[in-house]
Design a protein around this ligand. Structure first.
Ligand code: OGA
Ligand code: NI
Length: 351
């Protein structure tokens, strides 16, 4: 490894000066991307058009939600109501953030997952053995006024643009939660009502080009611990979803978001809807930016399914014990993205 690579905190400041992947990023042979085996053609996940959600075809769209959430755990959405301008501005300011000099970026660096605004690298540098080819800025963003003063003030438009984006995506999420509640056969405010005061985090993921993308991950295989994730990605592929025993690439489609079910939605639906394994791989010549919004319960919320979805007599007893989101979230960060889902730790039979 070059001397310069060892003194750098962020992988973006290492990537440009190496022609091989430094040893601390190299995965064991049994845990590599095997990129030649990934399914890269065809329609990978369902596409739902939200335009019709408030029209005469609502029932059909709700059925599409129920199919997508139970069979895939992942879908794309179009006509989602977040203005194209808002999306473009968000992506541009994210790119500008990561293009700033190292001295400006590292001001926000922290390895502590409990910090509500921080720049970091890999996943959890405190607990993991092998690092990942990713830097990320993580922001809590609901309620905005509680956090905006912590956000980067460079680029100068960062706070305004990010606040506008977060507000618009939150409105979209609330619409999705109503549709998902309906698709579960419960009142439309049911899911929203289980989230306490609600929480919303964002990550700005930056994946630099990588000299040996077959040896490492941008983000290894994981399930999202939150309720539901709305992912914006640039035009570079990298996201892959595990479906029927295979890794399937989800290629970017302009002006769509990718939505996935997180662990809390699996709990609330009492296992009807699935939080699904996914990962991000890197490539030889292009940087990639993705911006997930992680919508979640507030830390103090006690998470569990609505009564209507529990029926001991008819064979659908509660699958998970009740817990606070704070408890779940802490376990997630401690586990260094172990393949087995964090969910298993909260099963009734394990408690
Ligand atoms: C995540 C994630 C995928 C991507 O941040 O949890 O799964 O494409 N990201 O960056
Ligand atoms: Ni994820």
């Amino acid at each position: 490894m070059e001397a310069s690579a060892t003194s750098k905190l962020l992988v973006s400041d290492i990537a440009s000066s190496v022609d091989h992947v430094p040893s601390n990023y190299v995965r064991p042979i049994s845990d590599r991307p095997n990129l030649s085996e990934v399914e890269t053609s065809g329609d990978s996940i369902p596409l739902i058009d939200l335009q019709e959600l408030n029209g005469p075809n609502r029932v059909d769209i709700i059925l599409q939600f129920s199919h997508a959430c139970s069979s895939y755990g992942f879908f794309q959405i179009k006509n989602h109501g977040v203005p194209e301008k808002t999306i473009q501005r968000m992506m541009t300011v994210a790119r500008e953030f990561f293009r700033q000099p190292e001295s400006e970026r590292v001001k926000h660096y922290s390895a502590d997952p409990k910090k509500t605004t921080r720049l970091s690298t890999s996943f959890n540098v405190g607990t993991e053995k092998v690092s990942n080819w990713r830097d990320f800025l993580r922001l809590h963003c609901f309620p905005i006024q509680d956090f905006i003063d912590e956000w980067p003030s460079n680029p100068v438009s960062f706070r305004d643009i990010t606040a506008e984006y977060a507000t618009s995506v939150r409105a979209l999420v609330l619409t999705l939660l109503e549709a998902i509640s309906e698709s579960l056969g419960v009142e439309k405010d049911r899911v929203s009502n289980t989230l306490g005061k609600h929480g919303q985090h964002m990550a700005l993921n930056y994946y630099p080009p990588c000299p040996q993308p077959d040896l490492t991950f941008g983000l290894p295989c994981h399930k999202d611990p939150n309720l539901i994730t709305v992912l914006l990605q640039d035009e570079v592929s990298g996201l892959q979803v595990f479906k029927d025993g295979k890794w399937v690439a989800v290629h970017p489609v302009p002006n769509t978001f990718i939505v996935n079910i997180g662990d809390q939605m699996q709990v609330i639906s009492n296992d009807k809807y699935k939080s699904v394994l996914h990962r991000a791989v890197v490539n030889n010549d292009k940087e990639r930016i993705s911006i997930p919004t992680f919508y979640c319960p507030s830390a103090d919320a006690v998470v569990g399914p609505p009564q209507e979805l529990i029926n001991e007599e008819e064979g659908s007893p509660a699958v998970y014990r009740s817990f606070t989101y704070a408890e779940y979230y802490e376990k997630f960060w401690d586990r260094a993205l172990a393949t087995e889902s964090c969910l298993d730790l909260f099963k009734v039979s394990n408690s």
